[in-house]
Unconditional design. Structure first.
Length: 264
């Protein structure tokens, strides 16, 4: 018997900060949404609307994103702690984790560390590739310094964090290093994973880089039967949740239906 959880919206204290969390509550299977690196939870609205009330939807803004507070720590490990804190505070048991970009990589690593606590992963256009080394770091820093004047506007649109250009770059540099080393993590995942992949580039990438990166998944798909590409869609990396939300919702339904849970 599934116990209905109460809906809740509020600020959750974690470390030196507070995260803005939304939990729709209800008896449906829980889905926890993990945002892109500088995005807020608003990008998941179309997916949540598509899935409807048969699911319990938990969204939250990472540190210095959306309505969440700033912090002295924007590391990947801090993001893993934030996910732990949200799950504990909302008493979420064996969720599906749906992660876009940064959130997809976060989902792999959390599931690898907690294999018995996750129902499955939906990874939206994330793959184990990254710019690394001194050349990669310099390219990333130049890119974010070039955009520095746009960050205050982009933050209000849910597309940037309330961070300096160097802090944005630090997050991205660490993420690229972690992504590039994530092949073994994906290869040993024991929960079902559904990939929804875009076909175009992302802001800041060069022609064809993103598509070349997606190809790195092929040998992992061949070696781990838990991995499957649910869809490859026409959108680019930045617009996939806006333009192809039905494909993401379909992947979430696939995971919950496969394990005998109600579907929307």
């Amino acid at each position: 018997m599934t116990i209905a959880q109460s809906a809740w919206t509020g600020m959750l204290s974690v470390d030196d900060t507070a995260l803005f969390v939304n939990d729709t509550g209800g008896p449906g299977h829980p889905v926890v949404y993990l945002n892109g690196a500088y995005a807020d939870q608003s990008h998941w609205r179309r997916v949540i609307t598509d899935l409807g009330s048969d699911y319990r939807h938990i969204t939250y803004d990472e540190r210095a994103r959306g309505k969440s507070k700033r912090s002295a720590d924007y590391s990947f490990e801090a993001s893993l702690r934030d996910l732990d804190a949200v799950l504990k505070a909302r008493d979420v048991q064996r969720p599906v984790l749906a992660g876009w970009s940064y959130g997809g990589i976060l989902g792999w690593h959390w599931a690898d560390r907690n294999p018995d606590r996750v129902q499955g992963l939906v990874t939206v256009d994330a793959f184990p590739v990254g710019l690394t080394g001194e050349a990669g770091q310099e390219r990333i820093r130049k890119l974010f310094r070039r955009w520095r004047l746009l960050f205050p506007i982009a933050a209000r649109l849910g597309l940037a964090a309330r961070m300096s250009a160097d802090q944005h770059a630090d997050v991205n540099i660490e993420l690229n290093e972690i992504a590039a080393a994530s092949g073994p993590v994906i290869e040993r995942l024991t929960c079902p994973v559904r990939f929804v992949l875009a076909t175009g580039d992302s802001l800041g990438s060069k022609d064809g880089e993103m598509e070349e990166g997606r190809g790195v998944l092929d040998p992992l798909l061949a070696s781990n039967p838990n991995l499957k590409v649910s869809a490859k869609v026409a959108s680019n990396h930045s617009k996939i949740l806006r333009n192809d939300s039905p494909a993401v919702a379909k992947a979430i339904r696939e995971l919950t239906a496969a394990r005998g849970h109600a579907v929307g």
